[in-house]
Design a protein around this ligand. Structure first.
Ligand code: ZN
Ligand code: ZN
Length: 376
């Protein structure tokens, strides 16, 4: 025989010669069958018998693979279409594939998904329609279950050194925690949540989902206010593998003195207006206007006498400027003229100046109190 022919290995019919497969691509066993044997058990579409969509009734997350994922606020029908579409497969040999799905709502939790396919295989146009039943199972995802159950792995306590945090400090610390967690949530971290915020007379208690995030929140609070962080781990339980599980309390302790406080470091050079207490305590001498910086490291505090704060300041009349070191003002309580130190921030043209009267005497305060770095 001079003519070389191929034969169908199943029925023995001659088949037209097929082009050799591309180099490196094996010839599929089915590729050598004749058309009628090939189509005998050919499925254009591979589809599951049914699809179950597990959705969280609280947050709308859906269960995919072995985890819950956020899909945003969307219609369950849209989600069903997407889940069915992802589960459908079209035969690799099909060309010019067109397809569409059409949902038919049966009841609140059941959708019949009508799927239509067309394509060309071996030059033959094919069409296939199938129906995939979809059921919606409303559940509670792990995250919502944990939030509802008050689960937390770390407790951030906002406190202050030898005083209680001010309302402003407490609210700012809470905002820091909320935005820190919100940022992680937005990035898709489903482990990020705050399970409760309690405003106690000693300062806020914030319960947070993981130790790592509790630590992160405490650090951000220290970043903003200065002060220290104490960590107290408590053994809560052992997990299924016998590993010890700790819950950690982070105490973010705000510094004793903050911007606006007036203290006497008792070094003989007079009172200091505190301007910043992140890292080392920094301020301004009320006697000279010179800058002051504590020798103490972060978290420690100098032994100092608390003289009050800028909120205790009163405006008083300048009587006369005596020389470059002294100025005469009226004592705001007794109205006696008093000679007091003249700091370099004193404006000699001023008729009125803010002064603070304390146990170390009368001192002129600067108009600008807080360093820029302490402002948002
Ligand atoms: Zn055949
Ligand atoms: Zn949920």
């Amino acid at each position: 025989m001079s003519e070389s022919r191929d034969f169908c290995p199943r029925c023995g019919d001659p088949v037209p010669e097929r082009p050799e497969p591309l180099p490196g691509m094996p010839r599929e066993r089915d590729d050598v069958l004749c058309d009628s044997c090939y189509f005998e058990d050919f499925d254009l579409v591979d589809a599951p018998d049914e699809v179950q969509v597990r959705v969280c009734a609280q947050c709308g997350a859906i269960h995919r693979g072995n985890r819950w994922v956020d899909v945003g606020a969307r219609d369950y029908t849209d989600i069903a279409i997407e889940e069915v579409s992802n589960s459908l497969g079209v035969h690799l040999n099909a060309e010019e594939v067109r397809w569409g799905v059409e949902p038919e709502q049966v009841d609140e939790n059941n959708i019949r998904m009508h799927c239509h396919f067309s394509g060309v295989v071996r030059g033959t146009p094919l069409e296939e329609s199938i129906v995939v039943p979809v059921s919606i199972a409303r559940e509670t995802c792990q995250r919502c279950g944990r939030i509802a159950g008050g689960y937390f792995a770390s407790l951030v306590q906002v406190r202050a050194d030898d005083r209680t945090p001010t309302t402003e400090e407490a609210e700012t610390a809470i905002e820091i925690a909320e935005s820190y967690i919100a940022e992680r949530e937005e990035k898709g971290d489903r482990d990020a949540f705050i399970s409760s915020i309690k405003r106690t007379p000693n300062g806020p208690n914030i319960k947070i989902s993981t130790n790592k995030m509790g630590s992160g929140v405490a650090k951000q609070i220290r970043e903003r206010f200065g002060g220290t962080i104490e960590e107290h781990p408590t053994l809560v339980t052992e997990d299924g593998d016998g590993n010890e599980v700790y819950r950690v309390t982070f105490v973010a302790r705000l510094p004793r003195y903050t911007a606006g406080d007036v203290i006497d470091p008792e070094d003989g050079d007079g009172p200091v207006l505190v301007r910043s207490n992140r890292g080392r305590l920094k301020g301004t001498r009320l006697t000279s206007g010179d800058p002051y910086e504590s020798e103490f490291e972060e978290g420690e505090r100098p032994e100092a006498e608390d003289l009050g704060s800028v909120e205790d300041a009163e405006e008083t009349t300048v009587v006369t400027v005596e020389d470059e070191h002294a100025v005469q003002v009226l004592d705001p309580e007794t109205y006696e003229a008093k000679t007091i130190p003249r700091p370099d921030y004193f404006d000699p043209d001023a008729a009125m100046v803010p002064v603070l009267k304390s146990q170390s005497g009368l001192h002129i305060l600067p108009e600008e109190v807080v360093d820029d770095e302490d402002e948002e």
